[in-house]
Design a binder for this molecule. Sequence first.
Ligand SMILES: [Zn+2]
Length: 150
Amino acid sequence: MNYQDKLQKFADLIKRDQAQRFAKDYPNLDQPEVIIIRGNKYAKVDVGGSGAYMVDSEGKIFGVKAYGVIHKRYRYGTLDTIDRLYWGGYVGVLKPLHIKCIGFGNYEGKCQNPPGSSHSKLWCQRCDDIRRGHITKQLLAALTKAKGGL
Ligand SMILES: [Zn+2]
């Protein structure tokens, strides 16, 4: 995929995420246009008529300080990592998918599941079930002990 194609894919992704969010949060508003303006040094990506991102010739994505001026401290990865971010907000944010559960894996190491169980944002369902199982057992044991045994 060449630079122009990647840039177009980036714009399409922003458009898709923005459309999704607008349909959910602002159903009465028009979905914002996403426009690419190629320049000498940077390509500007405008969202809803204002500068949102700027992309350099290597594909690095920056925020915008003032229209046409990159914000060096605001980085959003490169044109090759756009799938890792959600672009429906005011700026791109990492998807929860790329944050891992805080539990341990099935056999060794860290759990690689995305977090989010029915009870917790930090644990995946599997680890949360195990954890809650342990807590229940401990509570029962403590309760049994407190009652002087059953
Ligand atoms: Zn887990």
